[in-house]
Design a protein around this ligand. Structure first.
Ligand code: ATP
Length: 201
C-alpha cells in the first residue's frame, strides 16, 4: 500500500485535494476525525486528557468540551504542549492502526490528511509528504468566503501555524494552489499518474 501524507495551512486546499484523491480511488484517513474518536468518553486518551486537565473540561454528558479545553490550551503554550504530548503519540498509534486495517483489506493507496502531520511527527507513517500551499491573500479570500471569518483572524491563524517555507522543507511534493479549481484537480490527476500509480502494490 502506498501512503500519501497530505498537509498544509488553513484554507490551502487539503480538503479539495483529498476529494480528488478519493475520486481517483484512494482511501482517506482524516486526522480531525481521529481526534474526535480519541476524545470519545471512556477511551484511554479521554482518560489521559481528563487526568491532566481535570473534570472541569467535561460537559455534563461526559464528553470533552472542546471550547473549555481550547480556552485553557490556546492561552498558554505550556498547556498546549502538555495536551499535544498526550494527543500526538496516541493519534499516531490510532492512525497506524487504521492504516494497518486498510493494508489488511488490500487497499492500494491511502491518504492521511492532517493539518499537523509535520508538527505532530507523524511523517514516519507515510511514504510521501504532499503539502498544499496558497498565498496569504488567496487563503484570506477563500476562508472568508467559506466561513465569513474576518480577514485579521485568518491572518492571525496563518501566522500561528507553521510557515509554507517550513512545511516545504519536509515536502516530497508541493502543490501550489493559487489558481482555479480545475487547475488544482488537473495537478492532482497528474501527481496520481506520475507518482502513485504503479507504486501502489
Ligand atoms: P482547512 O484546513 O482550513 O479546513 P483546507 O486546507 O482543507 O482548509 P479547503 O477546504 O480545501 O482547504 O479549501 C479552502 C476553501 O477554498 C474551500 O472553500 C475550497 O472549496 C476553496 N478552494 C480550494 N482550492 C480552490 C481553488 N483552486 N479555487 C477556488 N476555490 C478553492
Amino acid at each position: 500500500m502506498f501512503v500519501v501524507g497530505l498537509t498544509g495551512g488553513i484554507g490551502s486546499g487539503k480538503s479539495e485535494v483529498t476529494r480528488k484523491l478519493r475520486e481517483l480511488g484512494a482511501e482517506v484517513i482524516d486526522a480531525d476525525l481521529v481526534g474526535h474518536q480519541a476524545y470519545l468518553p471512556q477511551t484511554e486518551t479521554w482518560q489521559a486528557v481528563v487526568n491532566a486537565f481535570g473534570q472541569g473540561i467535561l460537559q455534563p454528558t461526559g464528553e470533552i468540551d472542546r471550547r473549555k479545553l481550547g480556552s485553557i490550551v490556546f492561552s498558554d503554550p505550556k498547556e498546549l504542549a502538555r495536551l499535544n504530548a498526550i494527543m500526538h503519540p496516541r493519534m499516531f498509534r490510532m492512525i497506524q492502526g487504521q492504516l494497518d486495517e486498510l493494508r489488511a483489506k488490500g487497499v492500494q493507496v491511502a491518504v492521511v490528511e492532517a493539518a499537523i502531520l509535520i508538527e505532530a511527527n507523524w511523517t514516519p507513517l507515510v511514504d510521501e509528504v504532499w503539502v498544499t500551499t496558497a498565498s496569504e491573500d488567496v487563503v484570506v479570500q477563500r476562508v472568508h468566503q467559506r466561513s465569513n471569518l474576518p480577514e485579521e483572524e485568518v491572518r492571525r491563524r496563518i501566522r500561528s501555524q507553521l510557515s509554507n517555507h517550513e512545511r516545504a522543507k519536509h515536502a516530497t511534493v508541493v502543490i501550489e494552489n493559487n489558481g482555479g479549481m480545475e487547475e488544482l484537480r488537473c495537478e492532482v490527476q497528474h501527481l496520481w499518474e506520475s507518482r502513485v500509480q504503479g507504486r501502489a502494490a
